[in-house]
Design a protein around this ligand. Structure first.
Ligand code: NDP
Length: 234
């Protein structure tokens, strides 16, 4: 059955692969972007996840276009890496605001329609480093770990209404975000990945496709690593 889907940050990278994967499954898929425009064949709405009013306006456009959001993929995210000793409070707060508070903003807005429909799927894109930690990423790792507690609390609040909230924790996936790393950083990570390769955005899309499906209705509060074994199940 085709659902109404919204993928935040679905204009590029992992989000775009998720959006395309869900569209291929027959869902109506909308993506947020911050000015790049909609990718070909997808419905685009402009919104920054740090702006509640913009989110509300984006949801209204999506609702008019394809009905209330039934599947929310909270994927938009950013990093601003440096060691704690050099990290300003602004740098810390900015990353948490986009990655964690941003997820709260879109999830809260989406929950209304899901409660009315008595059906819903939340999928939050976290990261392997949310659980393992990562030097130079205290802000990013904290925001990604926060998504786990957030999703599990949501699962407890809404689980009885056919609404699930799950987390996907990607490992190292080749996108603009990881292309910004140095060759040394990339090689050091690769050496730790049992699969012997970096992840492809399609690897993440496949996991999200499952968690968004009707068949995944009894999977709730889960953290699904998609990392080639990097985190060994964590
Ligand atoms: P990219 O940098 O390629 O894309 C990031 C996406 O998030 C873009 O669509 C960007 O929009 C959007 N975005 C960032 N900040 C905001 C904001 N404030 N409001 C709205 N949209 C925003 O990253 P990836 O595709 O690699 O990452 C996608 C998600 O996966 C992120 O949450 C990331 O943390 C997570 N992840 C990535 C991993 C990797 O190895 N690549 C590993 C683990 C997790 P715009 O185009 O407008 O900038």
């Amino acid at each position: 059955m085709g659902r109404s889907v919204l993928v935040t940050g679905g204009n590029r990278g992992i989000g775009l692969a998720i959006a395309r994967g869900l569209a291929e499954q027959g869902h109506s898929v909308a993506v947020t972007h911050r000015g790049s425009g909609a990718p070909e064949g997808l419905f685009g709405v402009q919104a920054d996840v740090t702006d509640s009013e913009a989110i509300d306006a984006a949801f209204k456009q999506v609702e008019e276009h394809q009905g209330p959001v039934e599947v929310l993929v909270s994927n938009a995210g950013m990093n601003d890496d440096t060691l704690l000793m050099r990290m300003s409070e602004e740098q810390f707060a900015k990353v948490v605001d986009a990655n964690l508070t941003g997820a709260y903003r879109v999830a809260k807005r989406a929950s209304r329609g899901m409660l009315r429909a008595k059906w819903g799927r939340f999928v939050f894109i976290s990261s392997v480093v949310g659980l393992s930690g990562s030097a130079g990423q205290t802000n990013y790792a904290a925001s990604k770990a926060g998504l786990v507690g957030f999703a599990r609390s949501l699962a407890r609040e809404l689980g009885s209404r056919n609404i699930t909230a799950n987390v996907v924790a990607p490992g190292f996936v080749v996108t603009d975000m990881t292309n910004a790393l140095t060759e040394d950083q990339r090689a050091a990570t690769l050496a730790q990945i049992p699969a012997g390769r970096y992840g492809d955005p399609a690897d993440i899309a496949a996991a999200v496709g499952f968690l968004a499906s009707d068949q995944a209705g009894y999977v709730n509060g889960a953290v699904l690593p998609v990392d080639g074994g990097l985190g060994m199940g964590h």
